[in-house]
Design a protein around this ligand. Structure first.
Ligand code: MSK
Length: 656
């Protein structure tokens, strides 16, 4: 048996890996150990875009290649290694942007049905946010009822995917200087679908053969994700389902309850999970569960569907991406309900060893071996009730001899939308980012880091995330998180307010204790990285920290990334001016020129740049050095004295 303690830092994960081995179940951890990654594809040097190839163009190992060798490193069509590496990277952006944006489109369609009252299970919950989005869209709310305003917003939102003229409406939310940079670089996204289609066209064999020009389109598609599809998904979900406010929850596989019917949601779209929350509390279904011998119905989840219902309802998180198979291995999960993205095809195979029913629910995603229950995205309650019944019917089939649930779980506080941060810091009547900016200016908080993204069996599960984040907060860097990264840190207890006193540096701990927040803030799911864009924008607009996102003492990271969505997210942060470090591996290492452009050249144009560093300590140093560099540029390296700054003093700082 492999030493599973080397595969994860998480006790519950190790326990379930040992159980999987004993039960004869294969997991991603084991498959990863058996599978040697292709070194040519891994560095972006393989082109399989046409049937003259695939062309494999690896760089010489352990020596610098000559100029002549590099010039000869071409595909059959003559494409250079720069073109090939850039095309591969831009296609990753296109796929990632598509995933987030197609999620956003589903939400927008459901939103419009809810607005029109067309047999929807949803309604307008956050009228304040509806008004804000309407104003951002340039819709005059005067004399409009809530319903009229919601219909106008829903129609305008859906237009963002395919409009014929203009640019995406939410670009106007960015700081003015950032908008100007995008304009000058001619990378403002037009319509969301158009940018993805143009990526695929320009990366087709024999079209755009200038790698820098390809990256301009990559930036457009990525920005169409961050300031388009993802932001629309987040905003419309908030209006329909409620904008998150701080909420307590629990995290890790120990949330699975032996005495209850356990239903796991897994995937990304929150509409069905929202109704599963309702169905799991339905008195009739609870009585039905009891009739089968269960004490109740326990809803929990994996990945971002779980993050969504945690943020709005405090529903428990069972685990992150690499824990999906392990939840089934506990032997106590009656149903795993999947929709789109990050779903392992091995789930039905794992479920064969237990009694778990895997249920697919999206018309976009069928899973061989799963039961498919079609869901109406606008009215998912009846499907949710049907799914809960299927799960309850599975409860008597549970084999007690196969049940072994890890005891380990941890408290957390989630629900930190950027509006909530505004309110928490400033209070109801003077909600603002001023206290955050003031504490950055006076040096209690050194800067802010967004640490997001997946888990990846190529590195020790959860270890890169948690080592990096612990080092950042110990150095007074406030950390904001989404996705699976958030779960890694929550499992260690870093998302409780109490943890600030033992884990954060003295300045950050003081602020956290005063406000009552954890040193690591959970901002939601993968599409909710748009909340981070909005929080950073609010910091710029508050004043005192420069006039663009690239001026802020902030940095981003995805230490254990694996998906194309992570590349799209990283690229929209970089194209928005944010220094962003990825771990694990870097997909353009086959071309020195392309890598150099992404790591440095891009910074000269966009103000943000990429970096790659798999070691979490070195990654922390890179991010802190960057934050310190930005502090110095703002003149804040001299402003360590803890004083409150008034507007005159801020203007003086900006002039430094
Ligand atoms: S779920 S994209 S593994 S963060 Fe959003 Fe986690 Fe990455 Fe999927």
């Amino acid at each position: 048996m492999a030493n599973n303690a080397d595969r994860s830092i998480d006790i519950a994960t190790i326990q379930m890996l040992d159980k999987a081995a004993a039960d004869g179940v294969s997991t991603a951890f084991e498959r990863s150990a058996a599978m040697r990654p292709c070194p040519i594809g891994g560095e972006g040097s393989c082109c399989k875009l046409c049937s003259m190839g695939p062309c494999r163009l690896p760089a010489p190992k352990n020596r610098k290649e000559t100029a002549e060798e590099k010039d000869n490193r071409r595909g059959i069509c003559g494409a250079t290694i720069e073109t090939i590496a850039a095309r591969n990277f831009v296609r990753m952006i296109a796929a990632g942007a598509s995933a987030h944006s197609d999620h956003g489109r589903t939400v927008a369609e459901a939103f419009l049905k809810a607005a029109k009252g067309e047999g929807s299970d949803f309604s307008i919950v956050d009228e304040q946010k509806l008004l804000q989005v309407a104003l951002d869209f340039g819709i005059d709310p005067t004399d409009k009822s809530t319903q009229e305003l919601a219909i106008a917003v829903g129609e305008a939102a859906l237009d963002e995917w395919g409009k014929r003229e203009g640019h995406l409406r939410f670009l106007s939310r960015a700081p003015l200087k950032r908008q100007q940079i995008w304009k000058e670089l001619n990378c403002e996204p037009r319509a969301i679908d158009r940018e993805v289609v143009e990526c695929l066209h320009r990366t087709h064999m024999g079209v755009d053969l200038d790698f820098e020009h390809l990256f301009q389109q990559g930036a457009r598609a990525a920005l169409a994700d961050g300031w388009g599809g993802s932001m629309l998904a987040t905003e419309l979900q908030d209006i329909m389902l409620g904008t998150p406010v701080p909420v307590r929850g629990r995290v890790n596989l120990g949330v699975i309850d032996e005495k209850q019917v356990n239903i796991m949601v897994h995937g990304h779209e929150p509409l069905l999970p929202e109704m599963l929350v309702v169905a799991s509390r339905d008195p009739e279904l609870l009585a039905y569960a009891k009739s089968k011998g269960a004490e109740g119905i326990n809803l929990a989840g994996i990945c971002c569907s779980a993050n969504e219902i945690l943020m709005r309802h405090g529903i428990s998180l069972a685990g992150n991406m690499l824990q999906q198979e392990l939840a089934v291995v506990s032997g106590a999960v009656e149903a795993m309900v999947v929709d789109v993205q990050c779903i392992m095809q091995s789930l039905p195979k794992v479920a064969e060893c237990y009694h778990t029913q895997i249920i697919s629910t999206s018309d976009k995603a069928k899973v061989p071996g799963a039961l498919h229950i079609e869901v109406d995205d606008a009215a998912p309650l009846s499907a949710a009730k049907k799914i809960v019944r299927v799960a309850i019917d599975k409860f008597p089939e549970r084999a007690s001899g196969k049940v072994n649930i890890p005891e380990h779980s941890m408290d957390l506080v989630a629900g930190f939308s950027h509006e909530t941060i505004n309110y928490l810091l400033g209070g109801l009547f003077r909600a603002s980012y001023k206290p955050l900016n003031d504490n950055i200016i006076n040096g209690r908080i050194r800067g802010v880091a967004g640490v997001v993204g997946c888990t990846n069996p190529r590195v020790k599960h959860d270890s890169v995330h948690t080592t990096l984040v612990k080092e950042l907060i110990a150095n007074d860097v406030l950390v904001i998180q989404t996705g699976c990264a958030a779960m890694s840190c929550a499992k260690l207890g870093l998302m409780t307010p109490e943890s600030a006193s033992t884990t954060a540096g003295p300045g950050l701990a003081e602020v956290c204790e005063t406000v009552g927040i954890p040193p690591v803030l959970h901002m939601g799911s993968c599409v909710d990285n748009s909340r981070i864009l909005m929080a950073a924008t609010a910091m710029v607009k508050e004043g005192g920290l420069g006039d663009d996102l690239s001026d802020l003492p902030v940095a981003g990271a995805a230490p254990e990334w694996m998906s194309e969505k992570a590349i799209s997210i990283g690229h929209y942060f970089v194209a928005s001016g944010v220094y962003t470090v990825f771990g694990v591996t870097w997909p353009t290492l086959g071309s020195e020129e392309v890598t150099e452009w992404l790591f440095n050249g891009m910074g000269e144009l966009y103000g943000g740049r990429w970096a790659f560093e798999p070691d979490p300590h070195k990654m922390a140093k890179l991010m802190i050095d960057h934050i310190d560099g930005k502090r110095k540029a703002l003149g804040l390296d001299k402003a360590q004295e803890r004083v409150l700054y008034d507007m005159d003093m801020r203007r003086e700082l900006e002039a430094v």
